[in-house]
Design a protein around this ligand. Structure first.
Ligand code: AMP
Ligand code: GLY
Length: 426
């Protein structure tokens, strides 16, 4: 079978790495891909938003299955477009992807179907939004309703910060159309976890729990990023909690989407806040997490292709997923300056000959080839991912590789996995 992966970040590198190992797959393509992906897939210079060219490519090369990585094309309807052309695609329809594409849609759905989440209200009128925060005790959270490349969430420590957030979104158009509607949310505390399940719109196939590290600095300090590291499994999600997430969040959400006439087929990502026994959904996403996909896919023993293919056909295989033993951690190396401004095109000298091993794989996010050299091309550059028998062992392997790749142009957190270590104690 021939498979096309759409996207070009660390998540898509992990998808190409995993898919290309399947005995069912004779050829993997990636559009547009990146320098690291070109080791596992043929990269095709088509952007993720160019549905016409992607579909033409799929027809020309007789690609059997297209797997969509990022949220943008899903929310813009790539799945609907491909299905109209008679092409098999893994990823939810535009109507189903609204679970990520509109925070008010997602909050209203959770409220209607009793899925646990924090309190909120929705505004399209700035006067009413300001009146609401003048009566709300800080901290609270102001969110742009639509997609804002991970930047549309502002945690406000005072009413003045809240007003500024509202004005930037609703008056100054900081996130364009995405910020003309806002959600004001209760601020939740606890430990975050990510939970993923494959679904065909009816049944679910859960993955192991994982955890991202959103803030840029150690100890969860500083501004939020796309994610500076991840690991799986996440011991904050006990077996009992895992079952509750399935029963109280994943199954009811899939059922709710079906009842709303928006059957969700793909991978459903719940961002959760956990505090003792209290479980709440922070957000849903309509795709794999980045960087959570890197450790999850490295730890997955089962072939992923039959799962993706069967969901694209609307009839999911429900054999439980098998996992490699142990623990897997991914440490993200980013361009100095990220998540603010940073240089691109900086040479990655130490990386050129860095070999992947059974234990450690260097997934590329923002890399490119330029005049025969490997250079940076984005904020998050690499995801150093290591599998080990123990939490400690996998963290040690990942940071050993980080040390040998590290140079003055790359930054990374030094405490990825520490929360798991503190919980488990080894
Ligand atoms: P979201 O895109 O909605 O997941 O928000 C991105 C990040 O902002 C989350 O991973 C949390 O770290 C933080 N966040 C979002 N909503 C809340 C909330 N209601 N309370 C506390 N933190 C939040
Ligand atoms: N890990 C955060 C995200 O994929 O949105």
């Amino acid at each position: 079978m021939k498979v096309l992966v759409v996207g070009g970040g660390g998540r898509e590198h992990a998808l190409c790495w995993k898919i290309s190992q399947s005995p069912l797959v004779e050829k993997t393509y990636c559009a547009p891909g990146n320098a690291g992906i070109s080791r596992h897939a043929e990269c095709v210079a088509i952007g993720v938003g160019d549905f016409d060219s992607l579909a033409q490519f799929v027809k020309k090369e007789s690609v059997d299955l297209t797997v969509v990585g990022p949220e943008q094309p899903l929310c813009e309807g790539i799945t609907d477009f491909f299905e109209k052309e008679g092409l098999l695609v893994f990823g939810p329809s535009k109507a189903a992807a609204e679970l990520e594409g509109s925070k008010s849609f997602s909050k209203n759905l959770m409220k209607k179907y009793g899925i646990p989440t924090g309190g909120y209200s929705v505004f399209t009128d700035i006067g009413q939004a300001i009146a609401e925060i003048s009566e709300t005790e800080p901290p609270f959270v102001v969110k742009a309703d639509g997609l804002a490349a991970g930047k549309g969430v502002i945690i406000c420590a005072s009413q003045a910060e809240g007003e500024e957030a509202l004005r930037s979104m609703m008056e100054r158009g900081a996130f364009g159309e995405a910020g003309t509607k806002v959600v004001i949310e209760e601020f939740l505390t606890g430990e975050e976890a990510s939970f993923f399940a494959f679904t065909d719109g009816e049944n679910i196939l859960p993955l192991e729990p994982s955890q991202d590290h959103k803030p840029i600095f150690d100890g969860d300090k500083g501004p939020n990023t796309g994610g500076m590291g991840a690991y799986t499994p996440a011991p904050v999600v006990t077996d009992q909690l895992r079952q509750r997430i399935i029963d109280e969040v994943m199954v009811p959400t899939v059922r709710a989407m079906k009842s709303e006439g928006r059957a969700y087929r793909g991978i459903l990502y719940a961002g959760l806040m956990i505090k003792d026994d209290d479980l709440k959904v922070l957000e849903f996403n309509c795709r794999f997490g980045d960087p959570e996909a890197q450790p999850l896919l490295m730890k997955m023993e089962s072939d992923i292709v039959p799962i993706l293919y069967s969901i694209a056909r609307g009839e999911m295989k429900t054999d439980p997923i098998e996992w490699k033993e142990g623990f897997c951690v991914c440490v993200v190396m980013a361009s100095r300056g990220y998540p603010g401004s940073y240089d691109k095109g900086v040479e990655l000298k130490e990386l050129m000959d860095f070999p992947d091993t059974r234990e450690t794989v260097v997934f590329h996010a923002g890399t490119a080839f330029s005049e025969g050299k490997l250079v940076t091309s984005g904020g998050r550059v690499l995801g150093i991912t290591s599998l080990g028998d123990t939490i400690e062992g996998s963290i040690r392997s990942a940071y050993k590789a980080v040390d040998s790749i590290s140079d003055e142009n790359l930054i990374y957190r030094t405490d990825i996995g520490k929360k798991a270590l503190l919980r488990i104690g080894r």
